[in-house]
Ligand binder design. Sequence first.
Ligand code: DON
Length: 574
Amino acid sequence: MTKELRLTSAYSKTITTTLLIVCLSLFINLSAETKRPVRAKNGMVVSPSTLATDIGVEILKNGGNAVDASVAVGFALAVCYPSAGNIGGGGFMVIHLEDGKSTTIDFRERAPLSVHKDIYLDEDGNYNPDLSTKGWTSAGVPGSVAGLIYALEKYGTMRLSEVITPAIKLAENGFEVGYDLANHINIFNEDFNEYEASKEIFTAEGDSLNEDHFLVQKELANALKLIKENGRDGFYKGYIADLIVKQSFDNGGYITHKDLQEYNPVERMPIKGNYKGYEIISMPPPSSGGIALVQSLNILENFEFAKNAWHSSDYIHKTVEALKKVYADRSQHLGDSDFYDVPAQWLTSKLYAKSIFDKIKTIATPSDSIAPGIPVTYESKETTHYSIVDEFGNAVSTTVTLNSSYGNKIVVEGAGFLLNNEMDDFNAKPGEPNQYGLIGGEANSIQPGKRMLSSMTPTIVLEDGKPYIVVGSPGGSQIITSVLQVILNCIDFNMDIQGAIDMPRFHHQWYPDEILFEEFGTTHDVISNLILKGHNIGEADSWIGRVQGILIDQENNVIFGGTDSRAFGKAVGY
Ligand code: DON
């Protein structure tokens, strides 16, 4: 989650117990009673943007499959959801096909070939986070264009021109930004003013945007047209590539023509798990998401949660104790598996999970006394999410990102798109936290051509081999805990997809050793009990994750869509 969205108020001083309890019950009642999932028979698109959702549904209605719609939504988000939708960043796609095959497409950014592991350290060896989060030095080699086109060519049914044209029209004709997007863009007004091309698009001649501002992006439209006409070469070679490379060189960045030409998406075997009879299909490294999700579920499977245990101190304690170990393992063992031998099978094994479960006590284990596990021989690994299912039985779960909101805030001059600052997801120095407070070591050190470790967790849960839940979220390190809790809410607590998404969430990531709750996300009684068990409670967060999900009732042939009330997306089915 971006820092600017976090609240700074601590529970103890600012909110009285009574107010907290009243507000919590209001929140729960409202979400449970007034907002119901969207229902449909044929297909469903849930995305963080109403414009992008409508584009995806049109593709489905015109006979496209879920992959066609996902690619169309991916390009549309680059226009109408600029904080995270992108062609200058990367992402992951998890696909389950109607014939039973599951696969994933990794279009994560790569480190440029000229980097080395100490590029963000000064001569005294001190880490300078500005270099990995700001300016051209923070940009990884973009993967989205190659990834979306790969997905379309291999698993889609439509031509590139059909799925990219709606995005081109949106950029060319423009759209009214509206209240929420205007406010979000305006948070970064100062940053956008630093770069002429960014100022041009995301400010009103330097000032904040009004909600009725009409956002026309001619240069972005032209960039998308070049991609439409030339496929991936329209981005990785020629006019756009020349602009990226020249501006990168002029501003101390690392991206070269060779980096762009050599970029390739990778199709990878999904991480698979099983939770209480449901099959989990999720993203393998370079994401930590799939492994961490399956490992968490494997540990928690050893508990039976009664329905009225939801968000009790006992439930939160058990989940948090599991998460501490999962994030400790993440810090040590997870990185790009093309560069580092990730012990995925061991981490996702029931046996290892059982050994962790056996050590969970009724009191908290301080993070200082938890260390990453040592693999043993029984081993034989602002962002946004959208979920889509089609009438043919295909399901696609896609998470894309520029890392921070609007990436490094740099619009490539002449090409109209924002660049990522994904390099900050590497561990620039062992033990130094990145912007999400995540620490790590050798597995996720900077190396030329390597992909930085991600927490993105696009996931599909199968019931009897057919899609049951399609889910994912933004939120940096909080993505994993958000996806986990939505799955638990559906499977263990039998919530509908809208309720499962809207319910308050909590988070723990080993370090810092504290449980975070959302504002009004718990009660004083629960916090007191957790403190009695030895837990530390952090400051309230304004939100933890922004989930876009689908749940399919295969028996009755009904598709339910839910978009997070924390955000401003839309679920539409037909
Ligand atoms: O890949 C990752 O894990 C991060 N770059 C995701 C960033 C993110 O979720 C920001 N959203 N709020």
